[in-house]
Design a protein around this ligand. Structure first.
Ligand code: NAD
Ligand code: UDP
Ligand code: UDP
Length: 346
Protein backbone atom coordinates (compact mmCIF):
# COMPACT_ATOMS: atom_id res chain seq x y z
CA UNK A 1 0.00 0.00 0.00
CA UNK A 2 1.40 3.36 -0.96
CA UNK A 3 1.62 5.41 2.25
CA UNK A 4 -0.49 8.54 2.16
CA UNK A 5 1.25 11.60 3.40
CA UNK A 6 1.17 15.33 2.84
CA UNK A 7 2.44 18.30 4.86
CA UNK A 8 -0.05 19.30 7.54
CA UNK A 9 -0.60 21.85 10.21
CA UNK A 10 -0.55 20.24 13.64
CA UNK A 11 -3.36 20.88 16.07
CA UNK A 12 -6.99 20.00 16.69
CA UNK A 13 -9.38 19.27 13.86
CA UNK A 14 -11.99 21.95 13.23
CA UNK A 15 -15.04 19.78 13.78
CA UNK A 16 -13.83 18.06 16.95
CA UNK A 17 -14.48 19.30 20.49
CA UNK A 18 -11.30 20.16 22.40
CA UNK A 19 -12.54 17.87 25.17
CA UNK A 20 -13.02 14.38 23.82
CA UNK A 21 -14.11 11.04 25.16
CA UNK A 22 -11.36 8.63 24.15
CA UNK A 23 -11.06 4.85 24.26
CA UNK A 24 -7.58 3.38 24.84
CA UNK A 25 -7.39 -0.40 24.46
CA UNK A 26 -4.39 -1.98 26.15
CA UNK A 27 -4.46 1.13 28.35
CA UNK A 28 -3.05 -0.65 31.42
CA UNK A 29 0.06 -1.74 29.52
CA UNK A 30 3.40 0.01 29.08
CA UNK A 31 2.61 2.32 26.14
CA UNK A 32 -1.13 2.46 26.82
CA UNK A 33 -0.70 3.79 30.35
CA UNK A 34 1.64 6.55 29.15
CA UNK A 35 -0.93 7.42 26.50
CA UNK A 36 -3.68 7.55 29.17
CA UNK A 37 -1.48 9.92 31.22
CA UNK A 38 -1.03 12.18 28.21
CA UNK A 39 -4.73 12.26 27.28
CA UNK A 40 -5.83 12.77 30.90
CA UNK A 41 -3.34 15.61 31.34
CA UNK A 42 -4.85 17.27 28.25
CA UNK A 43 -8.26 17.23 29.96
CA UNK A 44 -9.94 14.47 27.95
CA UNK A 45 -12.14 11.71 29.34
CA UNK A 46 -10.55 8.29 28.98
CA UNK A 47 -12.03 4.82 28.91
CA UNK A 48 -9.17 2.40 29.44
CA UNK A 49 -9.93 -1.16 28.32
CA UNK A 50 -7.62 -4.05 29.19
CA UNK A 51 -7.74 -7.77 29.94
CA UNK A 52 -4.61 -7.49 32.14
CA UNK A 53 -2.71 -10.16 30.22
CA UNK A 54 0.54 -8.18 30.38
CA UNK A 55 -0.76 -4.87 31.74
CA UNK A 56 -1.38 -3.90 35.36
CA UNK A 57 -3.90 -1.82 37.29
CA UNK A 58 -0.89 -0.30 39.02
CA UNK A 59 0.06 1.46 35.76
CA UNK A 60 -3.12 3.55 35.83
CA UNK A 61 -3.54 3.61 39.61
CA UNK A 62 -3.19 7.40 39.79
CA UNK A 63 -6.36 7.88 37.74
CA UNK A 64 -8.57 5.28 39.43
CA UNK A 65 -10.79 7.71 41.32
CA UNK A 66 -10.69 10.47 38.74
CA UNK A 67 -14.14 11.46 37.39
CA UNK A 68 -12.84 11.59 33.80
CA UNK A 69 -11.27 8.12 33.95
CA UNK A 70 -12.86 4.69 33.66
CA UNK A 71 -11.06 1.32 33.71
CA UNK A 72 -12.91 -1.58 32.08
CA UNK A 73 -11.75 -5.20 32.21
CA UNK A 74 -12.51 -6.52 28.72
CA UNK A 75 -11.01 -8.69 25.95
CA UNK A 76 -10.95 -6.81 22.61
CA UNK A 77 -11.49 -10.09 20.76
CA UNK A 78 -15.09 -9.70 21.98
CA UNK A 79 -17.47 -6.93 20.83
CA UNK A 80 -17.36 -3.73 22.83
CA UNK A 81 -20.16 -1.19 23.16
CA UNK A 82 -19.05 2.22 24.42
CA UNK A 83 -19.73 5.78 23.24
CA UNK A 84 -16.53 7.67 22.40
CA UNK A 85 -15.15 10.28 19.97
CA UNK A 86 -11.83 8.55 19.28
CA UNK A 87 -10.25 5.12 19.62
CA UNK A 88 -6.62 4.14 20.17
CA UNK A 89 -6.20 0.38 19.67
CA UNK A 90 -3.09 -0.78 21.53
CA UNK A 91 -4.34 -4.05 23.04
CA UNK A 92 -1.90 -6.86 22.23
CA UNK A 93 1.03 -8.44 24.08
CA UNK A 94 4.20 -7.00 22.52
CA UNK A 95 7.05 -9.03 24.01
CA UNK A 96 8.01 -12.21 22.10
CA UNK A 97 7.87 -14.43 25.22
CA UNK A 98 4.38 -13.18 26.04
CA UNK A 99 2.87 -13.17 22.55
CA UNK A 100 4.28 -16.65 21.88
CA UNK A 101 2.91 -18.04 25.14
CA UNK A 102 -0.62 -18.37 23.67
CA UNK A 103 -0.11 -17.66 19.95
CA UNK A 104 -3.70 -18.40 18.92
CA UNK A 105 -4.96 -15.87 21.44
CA UNK A 106 -2.40 -13.37 20.11
CA UNK A 107 -3.73 -13.68 16.56
CA UNK A 108 -7.31 -13.39 17.85
CA UNK A 109 -6.40 -10.27 19.79
CA UNK A 110 -4.90 -8.59 16.73
CA UNK A 111 -7.43 -9.70 14.13
CA UNK A 112 -10.71 -9.89 16.06
CA UNK A 113 -9.62 -6.91 18.15
CA UNK A 114 -9.12 -4.88 14.97
CA UNK A 115 -12.48 -5.99 13.55
CA UNK A 116 -14.29 -5.04 16.74
CA UNK A 117 -12.56 -1.67 17.10
CA UNK A 118 -13.25 -0.92 13.42
CA UNK A 119 -16.89 -1.97 13.82
CA UNK A 120 -17.14 0.29 16.85
CA UNK A 121 -15.49 3.16 14.96
CA UNK A 122 -17.84 2.62 12.02
CA UNK A 123 -20.96 2.79 14.21
CA UNK A 124 -19.68 5.91 15.99
CA UNK A 125 -18.05 7.51 12.91
CA UNK A 126 -15.01 7.86 15.17
CA UNK A 127 -11.36 8.23 14.25
CA UNK A 128 -9.43 5.04 15.04
CA UNK A 129 -5.70 4.50 15.62
CA UNK A 130 -3.91 1.17 15.22
CA UNK A 131 -0.67 0.36 17.04
CA UNK A 132 1.06 -1.56 14.28
CA UNK A 133 4.68 -2.59 14.44
CA UNK A 134 8.05 -2.73 12.73
CA UNK A 135 7.50 -6.52 12.91
CA UNK A 136 5.36 -6.21 9.76
CA UNK A 137 8.75 -5.90 8.00
CA UNK A 138 9.85 -9.25 9.52
CA UNK A 139 13.56 -9.95 9.04
CA UNK A 140 14.01 -7.02 6.66
CA UNK A 141 16.14 -7.07 3.52
CA UNK A 142 15.59 -3.33 3.01
CA UNK A 143 17.52 -1.23 5.50
CA UNK A 144 16.56 1.18 6.99
CA UNK A 145 12.92 0.21 6.69
CA UNK A 146 10.67 2.49 4.62
CA UNK A 147 6.88 2.27 4.70
CA UNK A 148 6.76 1.15 1.05
CA UNK A 149 8.71 -2.06 1.90
CA UNK A 150 6.35 -5.07 2.05
CA UNK A 151 8.47 -7.07 4.42
CA UNK A 152 9.92 -10.52 4.87
CA UNK A 153 7.76 -12.47 7.32
CA UNK A 154 7.71 -16.24 7.87
CA UNK A 155 3.94 -16.91 7.97
CA UNK A 156 4.31 -20.22 9.85
CA UNK A 157 7.11 -19.39 12.28
CA UNK A 158 6.85 -18.71 16.04
CA UNK A 159 6.65 -14.92 15.52
CA UNK A 160 3.88 -15.18 12.91
CA UNK A 161 1.04 -14.94 15.44
CA UNK A 162 2.22 -11.41 16.17
CA UNK A 163 3.63 -10.36 12.77
CA UNK A 164 0.82 -11.77 10.63
CA UNK A 165 -1.81 -10.74 13.19
CA UNK A 166 -0.57 -7.15 12.95
CA UNK A 167 -0.30 -7.34 9.16
CA UNK A 168 -3.89 -8.59 8.94
CA UNK A 169 -4.98 -5.80 11.29
CA UNK A 170 -3.40 -3.28 8.88
CA UNK A 171 -5.25 -4.96 5.99
CA UNK A 172 -8.53 -4.58 7.88
CA UNK A 173 -7.86 -0.93 8.67
CA UNK A 174 -7.24 -0.09 5.01
CA UNK A 175 -10.21 -2.17 3.81
CA UNK A 176 -12.52 -0.41 6.30
CA UNK A 177 -11.21 2.86 4.93
CA UNK A 178 -11.77 1.83 1.30
CA UNK A 179 -15.13 0.12 1.94
CA UNK A 180 -16.62 2.35 4.65
CA UNK A 181 -14.55 5.53 4.36
CA UNK A 182 -13.38 5.16 7.94
CA UNK A 183 -11.04 7.75 9.46
CA UNK A 184 -7.98 5.61 10.24
CA UNK A 185 -4.44 6.22 11.52
CA UNK A 186 -1.84 3.45 11.43
CA UNK A 187 1.58 3.77 13.08
CA UNK A 188 4.33 1.19 12.70
CA UNK A 189 6.02 1.42 16.08
CA UNK A 190 9.69 0.44 16.44
CA UNK A 191 11.28 -0.87 19.67
CA UNK A 192 10.21 1.48 22.44
CA UNK A 193 11.36 1.38 26.07
CA UNK A 194 11.02 3.30 29.31
CA UNK A 195 9.56 3.35 32.81
CA UNK A 196 6.58 1.03 33.45
CA UNK A 197 7.86 -1.82 31.34
CA UNK A 198 7.13 -4.87 33.47
CA UNK A 199 10.24 -6.30 35.19
CA UNK A 200 9.24 -9.67 33.67
CA UNK A 201 8.41 -8.17 30.27
CA UNK A 202 11.16 -10.20 28.57
CA UNK A 203 12.15 -7.55 26.02
CA UNK A 204 15.78 -6.67 25.77
CA UNK A 205 15.97 -3.27 27.50
CA UNK A 206 14.07 -4.31 30.64
CA UNK A 207 15.84 -7.69 30.74
CA UNK A 208 19.31 -6.14 30.60
CA UNK A 209 18.55 -3.43 33.16
CA UNK A 210 16.92 -5.83 35.65
CA UNK A 211 19.76 -8.32 35.19
CA UNK A 212 22.40 -5.60 35.63
CA UNK A 213 20.76 -4.18 38.75
CA UNK A 214 20.53 -7.67 40.25
CA UNK A 215 24.14 -8.52 39.25
CA UNK A 216 22.80 -11.45 37.22
CA UNK A 217 24.30 -12.54 33.90
CA UNK A 218 23.20 -10.38 30.94
CA UNK A 219 21.48 -12.75 28.50
CA UNK A 220 22.59 -12.00 24.93
CA UNK A 221 20.74 -14.10 22.38
CA UNK A 222 22.91 -15.09 19.42
CA UNK A 223 26.22 -13.27 18.89
CA UNK A 224 24.82 -9.86 19.85
CA UNK A 225 25.55 -8.39 16.41
CA UNK A 226 21.86 -8.09 15.53
CA UNK A 227 20.66 -4.48 15.67
CA UNK A 228 17.67 -2.58 17.02
CA UNK A 229 16.87 1.15 17.24
CA UNK A 230 15.45 2.17 20.60
CA UNK A 231 12.88 4.93 21.06
CA UNK A 232 12.14 6.49 24.45
CA UNK A 233 8.47 6.25 25.43
CA UNK A 234 7.80 10.02 25.70
CA UNK A 235 9.00 10.57 22.12
CA UNK A 236 6.79 7.75 20.87
CA UNK A 237 3.65 9.03 22.64
CA UNK A 238 4.26 12.49 21.17
CA UNK A 239 4.38 10.93 17.70
CA UNK A 240 1.17 8.95 18.25
CA UNK A 241 -0.76 11.97 19.52
CA UNK A 242 0.47 14.11 16.62
CA UNK A 243 -0.53 11.45 14.10
CA UNK A 244 -4.01 11.29 15.63
CA UNK A 245 -4.38 15.08 15.19
CA UNK A 246 -3.60 15.10 11.45
CA UNK A 247 -6.28 15.64 8.77
CA UNK A 248 -8.21 12.60 7.55
CA UNK A 249 -6.12 12.45 4.37
CA UNK A 250 -3.18 11.22 6.45
CA UNK A 251 -3.74 7.57 7.29
CA UNK A 252 -0.22 6.18 7.46
CA UNK A 253 1.15 3.61 7.72
CA UNK A 254 3.78 5.79 9.31
CA UNK A 255 7.00 4.59 10.95
CA UNK A 256 7.46 5.90 14.50
CA UNK A 257 10.78 5.14 16.15
CA UNK A 258 14.27 6.40 16.82
CA UNK A 259 16.60 5.91 13.86
CA UNK A 260 19.76 5.57 16.01
CA UNK A 261 20.79 1.95 15.57
CA UNK A 262 22.76 -0.19 18.06
CA UNK A 263 23.89 -3.79 18.24
CA UNK A 264 22.50 -5.79 21.16
CA UNK A 265 26.08 -6.22 22.42
CA UNK A 266 26.51 -2.41 22.42
CA UNK A 267 23.30 -2.11 24.44
CA UNK A 268 24.56 -4.68 26.97
CA UNK A 269 27.88 -2.85 27.36
CA UNK A 270 26.11 0.48 27.79
CA UNK A 271 23.74 -0.88 30.47
CA UNK A 272 26.65 -2.45 32.38
CA UNK A 273 28.59 0.79 32.15
CA UNK A 274 25.67 2.98 33.26
CA UNK A 275 24.64 0.76 36.18
CA UNK A 276 28.22 0.04 37.26
CA UNK A 277 27.13 -3.58 37.40
CA UNK A 278 29.39 -6.57 38.01
CA UNK A 279 27.19 -8.67 35.67
CA UNK A 280 28.92 -10.86 33.10
CA UNK A 281 27.69 -11.45 29.58
CA UNK A 282 26.20 -14.86 28.79
CA UNK A 283 25.44 -15.98 25.24
CA UNK A 284 22.27 -18.01 24.58
CA UNK A 285 20.81 -19.35 21.31
CA UNK A 286 19.21 -16.82 18.97
CA UNK A 287 15.42 -17.32 18.82
CA UNK A 288 14.05 -18.58 15.48
CA UNK A 289 13.36 -15.85 12.89
CA UNK A 290 14.87 -13.13 15.12
CA UNK A 291 15.34 -10.11 12.78
CA UNK A 292 19.05 -9.41 12.06
CA UNK A 293 18.63 -5.65 11.72
CA UNK A 294 16.05 -2.97 12.35
CA UNK A 295 16.06 0.78 11.91
CA UNK A 296 13.21 3.06 10.90
CA UNK A 297 13.31 5.53 8.06
CA UNK A 298 11.25 8.33 9.63
CA UNK A 299 11.18 10.75 6.68
CA UNK A 300 7.40 10.46 6.36
CA UNK A 301 6.78 11.13 10.07
CA UNK A 302 9.13 14.13 9.96
CA UNK A 303 7.25 15.56 7.00
CA UNK A 304 3.69 14.74 8.08
CA UNK A 305 4.00 15.40 11.82
CA UNK A 306 6.99 17.71 12.14
CA UNK A 307 8.16 15.04 14.58
CA UNK A 308 11.47 13.44 15.43
CA UNK A 309 12.66 11.73 18.64
CA UNK A 310 14.65 13.95 20.97
CA UNK A 311 15.74 11.60 23.78
CA UNK A 312 19.15 9.99 23.25
CA UNK A 313 19.59 6.35 24.28
CA UNK A 314 21.87 7.21 27.22
CA UNK A 315 19.38 9.73 28.61
CA UNK A 316 16.40 7.40 28.16
CA UNK A 317 18.27 4.49 29.70
CA UNK A 318 19.19 6.68 32.65
CA UNK A 319 15.51 7.41 33.36
CA UNK A 320 14.60 3.73 32.87
CA UNK A 321 17.40 2.50 35.15
CA UNK A 322 16.21 4.92 37.85
CA UNK A 323 12.69 3.54 37.48
CA UNK A 324 13.75 -0.11 37.78
CA UNK A 325 16.07 0.73 40.66
CA UNK A 326 13.05 2.00 42.60
CA UNK A 327 10.77 -0.83 41.49
CA UNK A 328 13.24 -3.56 42.42
CA UNK A 329 13.92 -1.95 45.77
CA UNK A 330 10.25 -1.60 46.69
CA UNK A 331 8.43 -4.49 45.01
CA UNK A 332 8.42 -7.62 47.08
CA UNK A 333 8.59 -9.63 43.85
CA UNK A 334 12.30 -9.17 43.29
CA UNK A 335 13.04 -12.89 43.39
CA UNK A 336 10.18 -13.64 40.98
CA UNK A 337 11.33 -10.91 38.64
CA UNK A 338 14.82 -12.37 38.45
CA UNK A 339 13.57 -15.91 37.83
CA UNK A 340 11.04 -14.95 35.16
CA UNK A 341 13.52 -12.68 33.41
CA UNK A 342 15.89 -15.61 33.07
CA UNK A 343 12.95 -17.59 31.68
CA UNK A 344 12.85 -15.07 28.84
CA UNK A 345 15.76 -16.96 27.31
CA UNK A 346 14.78 -19.10 24.32
P1 NAD B 1 2.23 -4.28 26.78
O1 NAD B 1 2.26 -5.76 26.76
O2 NAD B 1 2.82 -3.58 27.96
O3 NAD B 1 0.76 -3.73 26.60
C1 NAD B 1 -0.26 -4.42 25.93
C2 NAD B 1 -1.55 -4.26 26.72
O4 NAD B 1 -2.63 -4.89 26.01
C3 NAD B 1 -1.48 -4.91 28.11
O5 NAD B 1 -2.02 -4.03 29.06
C4 NAD B 1 -2.33 -6.16 27.93
O6 NAD B 1 -2.88 -6.61 29.16
C5 NAD B 1 -3.36 -5.68 26.93
N1 NAD B 1 -4.01 -6.76 26.18
C6 NAD B 1 -3.43 -7.82 25.58
N2 NAD B 1 -4.34 -8.57 24.97
C7 NAD B 1 -5.56 -7.98 25.18
C8 NAD B 1 -6.90 -8.28 24.82
N3 NAD B 1 -7.19 -9.36 24.08
N4 NAD B 1 -7.88 -7.45 25.23
C9 NAD B 1 -7.60 -6.36 25.98
N5 NAD B 1 -6.36 -6.03 26.36
C10 NAD B 1 -5.35 -6.82 25.96
O7 NAD B 1 2.95 -3.81 25.43
P2 NAD B 1 3.28 -2.34 24.90
O8 NAD B 1 4.72 -2.27 24.64
O9 NAD B 1 2.64 -1.31 25.75
O10 NAD B 1 2.56 -2.39 23.47
C11 NAD B 1 1.33 -1.72 23.23
C12 NAD B 1 0.97 -1.83 21.78
O11 NAD B 1 1.97 -1.24 20.96
C13 NAD B 1 0.82 -3.27 21.28
O12 NAD B 1 -0.24 -3.34 20.37
C14 NAD B 1 2.13 -3.54 20.57
O13 NAD B 1 1.98 -4.51 19.56
C15 NAD B 1 2.44 -2.16 20.02
N6 NAD B 1 3.89 -2.02 19.81
C16 NAD B 1 4.73 -1.80 20.84
C17 NAD B 1 6.09 -1.68 20.62
C18 NAD B 1 7.07 -1.41 21.73
O14 NAD B 1 8.27 -1.42 21.47
N7 NAD B 1 6.67 -1.15 22.95
C19 NAD B 1 6.61 -1.80 19.31
C20 NAD B 1 5.70 -2.05 18.28
C21 NAD B 1 4.34 -2.13 18.52
N1 UDP C 1 -18.81 -4.01 17.00
C1 UDP C 1 -18.50 -3.69 18.30
N2 UDP C 1 -19.05 -2.57 18.83
C2 UDP C 1 -19.88 -1.75 18.15
C3 UDP C 1 -20.17 -2.08 16.81
C4 UDP C 1 -19.62 -3.23 16.26
O1 UDP C 1 -17.74 -4.38 18.97
O2 UDP C 1 -20.34 -0.76 18.71
C5 UDP C 1 -18.24 -5.24 16.45
C6 UDP C 1 -19.33 -6.17 15.94
O3 UDP C 1 -19.64 -7.09 16.97
C7 UDP C 1 -18.71 -6.84 14.75
C8 UDP C 1 -17.48 -6.00 14.41
O4 UDP C 1 -17.48 -4.91 15.31
O5 UDP C 1 -18.26 -8.13 15.08
C9 UDP C 1 -17.51 -5.48 13.01
O6 UDP C 1 -18.63 -4.67 12.82
P1 UDP C 1 -19.17 -4.32 11.39
O7 UDP C 1 -20.38 -3.46 11.58
O8 UDP C 1 -18.08 -3.76 10.56
O9 UDP C 1 -19.49 -5.72 10.75
P2 UDP C 1 -20.74 -6.70 10.92
O10 UDP C 1 -21.33 -6.46 12.29
O11 UDP C 1 -21.62 -6.31 9.82
O12 UDP C 1 -20.12 -8.03 10.78
N1 UDP D 1 17.44 -10.14 23.22
C1 UDP D 1 18.58 -10.51 23.90
N2 UDP D 1 18.48 -10.79 25.23
C2 UDP D 1 17.33 -10.67 25.92
C3 UDP D 1 16.15 -10.27 25.22
C4 UDP D 1 16.26 -10.02 23.87
O1 UDP D 1 19.67 -10.62 23.31
O2 UDP D 1 17.33 -10.93 27.14
C5 UDP D 1 17.55 -9.81 21.78
C6 UDP D 1 16.52 -10.49 20.88
O3 UDP D 1 16.97 -11.76 20.47
C7 UDP D 1 16.43 -9.50 19.75
C8 UDP D 1 16.67 -8.14 20.42
O4 UDP D 1 17.33 -8.43 21.65
O5 UDP D 1 17.46 -9.72 18.82
C9 UDP D 1 15.38 -7.37 20.70
O6 UDP D 1 14.51 -8.24 21.37
P1 UDP D 1 13.12 -7.77 21.97
O7 UDP D 1 12.45 -8.99 22.50
O8 UDP D 1 13.32 -6.64 22.90
O9 UDP D 1 12.33 -7.17 20.74
P2 UDP D 1 12.12 -7.62 19.22
O10 UDP D 1 12.86 -8.88 18.94
O11 UDP D 1 10.65 -7.82 19.13
O12 UDP D 1 12.63 -6.50 18.44
Amino acid sequence: MKPISSPVKNGARNNMPSHKKILVTGGAGFLGSHLCDRLMSEGHSVICVDNFLTGRRLNVERWMNHPRFELKGHDVALPLHVEVDEIYNLACPASPIHYQHDPIQTTKTSVLGAINMLGLAKRLQARVFQASTSEVYGDPSVHPQVEGYWGNVNPIGPRACYDEGKRCAETLFFDYRRQHNLDIKVARIFNTYGPRMHPNDGRVVSNFIVQALNSDPITIYGDGNQTRSFCYVDDLIEGIVRLMATPASITGPLNLGNPEEFTIKELADLVIDMTGSSSELTYLPLPQNDPRQRRPDISLAKEALGWRPSVKLREGLNRTIEYFDTVLATEDRVAGAIESTAMGAP
